[in-house]
Design a protein around this ligand. Structure first.
Ligand code: ADP
Length: 499
């Protein structure tokens, strides 16, 4: 593999960790228990900060603040235009602090700095501007009911939103959750992932600088079974949005049901197929399939983790896929040109290595990689398996790492049928020159997103979410708004017929 040489330029802008306490009611405060937990640099495994460890009591305090900010205002009663201006000011502040935020994101998560700074931070600002645009365009309908009635609907904010996010895209997940909730006039308690608490606290600070009233956005750091479970089961939380693993999704859905039946949206795991048809330009298909899997160290819920390749081009494809993986530049994510940093933590690192072992044991052909890279941090060699069979664990489970599994197929119907044989249904990629083939496959796949001749396009306006066990509901776009709105029907008798 191409490892980034030490001589290469480090592009780390100066960054310091200013916010480690919980953000409750507009103030940074210690955990009620006084406890903290360490957060790490995945490049080295070294502790970079100690963060307030929120648990049930901190969630109670944050929910009380959000409840008050919702019930007493001013947030839900401000004009929609005033709310949209705050979102726009936040987006401006994100741009102003891009380097610091991107550096903090990379330091705590391990993703390449260039990806954080050039792709994710611009997307963050864009997402909030998109939702600022929605704030003053949310309204109900006038309904033509039978009888002599004037009937209208109001689209009202749902109340206090509880939001639980994962560690793979800390700021992007913050945006997908917070953007629509605020645009619709809700208040929020957000629980970050225990691996990556830092950037959401910084973003919360910027929101207050942008003029967000106290209590509207509360950010609590802490662990899932304590802080996360307290939020999911809280009686005063009106809605829950969760992104994470399918197993945890089941837990939070149950907690929500057992407490106050709060509606839940879930964005969960995937095992997305990437189907390369026989008419594909092999070089282009290899590059895109590589990106679809290896992007973000393979830590994407929608990663194209089953690369289905037509038998006519299979041999050429696997040789080139191997060569591309061997060229992947792995190393310190703060170095220029680095494509792949470390996995997030020891647990994920070991899990990925276990799946690689399982691939070898099940007789898939290991074309390259297969081990850790170096002896420090959580770096894994870009790994490619060929001759993967549908019933192998590496073809069924979400690996969440830099491990590409290539499967051979004979005809398109067979590829679609096999692609659909999974409990997941998050996304898929199709690579073909034929419009007819693309049309057939896109309609037949049981997934929430199909990218044709592209992958991982995450525009703010495009809805994202899963079929089957990949989730419930859609985030982003117009579809995300209804997650954060209640519909109220108002029926008034008309004293005289309308005309
Ligand atoms: P991963 O396996 O990728 O870490 P999880 O689904 O466990 O994914 O984590 C996603 C988010 O869910 C994190 O914020 C985590 O703290 C939270 N979480 C984990 N377990 C629970 C739980 N029992 N209740 C509520 N939230 C949880």
């Amino acid at each position: 593999f191409t490892t980034a040489s030490v001589a290469e330029e480090l592009i780390t802008p100066p960054v310091q960790i200013s916010y480690t306490q919980n953000l409750i009611n507009g103030q940074f405060v210690d955990a009620a228990s006084g406890k903290t937990f360490p957060t790490y640099d995945p490049r080295t495994g070294e502790v970079i900060a100690h963060v307030a460890e929120g648990d049930a009591e901190d969630i109670n305090r944050a929910v009380a603040a959000a409840r008050k900010a919702f019930d007493e205002g001013p947030w839900p009663r401000m004009t929609a235009y005033e709310r949209s201006l705050i979102l726009l000011r936040f987006a401006d502040l994100v741009e102003k602090h891009t380097e610091e935020l991107a550096a903090l994101e990379t330091w705590n998560n391990g993703k390449p700095y260039e990806q954080s700074a050039k792709s994710e931070l611009p997307l963050l600002a864009r997402l909030f501007r998109y939702y600022a645009g929605w704030a003053d365009k949310i309204h109900g309908l006038t309904v033509p009911a039978d009888g002599n009635y004037h009937v209208q609907t109001l689209h009202e904010p749902i109340g206090v939103a509880g939001q639980i996010i994962p560690w793979n895209f800390p700021l992007i997940m913050f945006a997908w959750k917070v953007g629509p909730a605020l645009a619709c006039g809700n208040t929020i308690v957000l629980k970050t992932a225990e691996q990556t608490p830092l950037t959401a606290l910084f973003a919360g600070k910027l929101f207050h600088e942008a003029g967000l009233p106290a209590g509207v956005l509360n950010v609590v750091s802490g662990f899932g079974p304590t802080a996360g479970a307290a939020l999911a089961s809280h009686m005063d939380v009106d809605k829950l949005a969760f992104t994470g693993s399918t197993d945890t999704g089941k837990i939070v859905l149950e907690l929500a049901a057992r407490s106050n039946l709060k509606p839940v949206t879930l964005e969960l795991g995937g095992k997305s197929p990437f189907i390369v048809c026989e008419d594909a330009d092999v070089d282009q298909a290899v590059e895109l399939a590589h990106f679809a899997l290896f992007f973000n160290q393979g830590q994407c819920c929608c990663a194209g983790s089953r690369t289905f390749v037509h038998e006519q081009i299979y041999d050429e494809f696997i040789e080139k896929a191997k060569a591309r993986a061997m060229r992947r530049i792995v190393g310190d994510p703060f170095k220029k040109g680095v494509e792949q940093g470390p996995q997030i933590d020891t647990e994920q690192f070991e899990k990925v290595l276990r799946y690689i072992k399982s691939g070898v044991q099940s007789n898939a052909t290991l074309l390259c990689g297969g081990d850790r890279l170096g002896s420090k941090g959580h770096f894994i060699q870009p790994t490619v398996f060929a001759n993967v069979q549908d019933d192998m664990l590496i073809a069924k489970d979400e690996i969440f790492g830099p491990v590409q599994s290539i499967l051979k197929f004979k005809d398109t119907e067979e590829a679609v049928q096999r692609a659909n044989t999974t409990r997941y249904g998050l996304a898929a990629g199709v690579f073909t020159k034929s419009l007819d083939t693309a049309n057939m496959i896109t309609r037949a796949l049981r997934v929430g997103t199909v990218w044709v001749n592209c992958f991982d396009v995450f525009d703010a306006a495009i809805p994202f979410g899963g079929y089957k066990m990949s989730g419930i509901g859609r985030e982003k776009g117009i579809y995300s708004l209804k997650n954060y709105l209640q519909v109220k029907a108002i029926v008034t008798p008309l004293k005289k017929p309308a005309w």
